[in-house]
Design a protein around this ligand. Structure first.
Ligand code: ZN
Length: 150
């Protein structure tokens, strides 16, 4: 089973410019981050992970990303103070320390396992399949279905 955070990339890459009345802060840094996020095309990457997982019969869950980077993977204490820096995670309650990305990945995996358990408890229903997209050829105007991904 593969778990991915269900990130809202549209909001994540929104401009920090603000308005004339309330100008944004760190606009240059935010615009650089936006460019980096758009360069790696995270949405497209996530879509490919989901498609490839389905092709090989694996389940993939999109999980709620809320506080995955601030929640302690050991004791579940959640606080922004658990992140003294971008890379460090230090739980203010139990003292657990880890690389912040590793701690977040453990939280995401746990939500993925909960998603998997809920799916099994619901009787492992068949996953909805999207109808094949129709790809139109510009030159001839004829339509032909894309190969099935199942
Ligand atoms: Zn803790």
């Amino acid at each position: 089973m593969i778990a991915l955070e269900s990130l809202d990339l549209t909001n994540m890459t929104r401009s920090a410019k603000g308005s004339i009345e309330s100008p944004g802060r760190n606009v240059a840094a935010k615009s650089g981050l936006n460019r980096a996020l758009q360069d790696v095309a995270l949405g497209r990457l996530a879509q490919w992970v989901l498609v490839k997982a389905e092709e090989v019969g694996r389940r993939a869950c999109l999980v709620d990303p809320a506080h995955t980077s601030q929640r302690c993977a050991r004791c579940v204490h959640t606080s922004r103070h658990n992140r003294p820096s971008r890379d460090e995670f230090t739980c203010q309650q139990c003292g657990h320390t880890a690389h912040a990305d590793l701690n977040a990945a453990i939280n995401i995996a746990e939500r993925g396992r909960a998603c998997e358990t809920a799916w099994h408890q619901a009787g492992s229903p068949a996953l909805p399949r999207r109808a094949p997209r129709i790809r139109r050829r510009r030159s001839t105007g004829t339509a032909e279905p894309e190969p099935a991904t199942a």
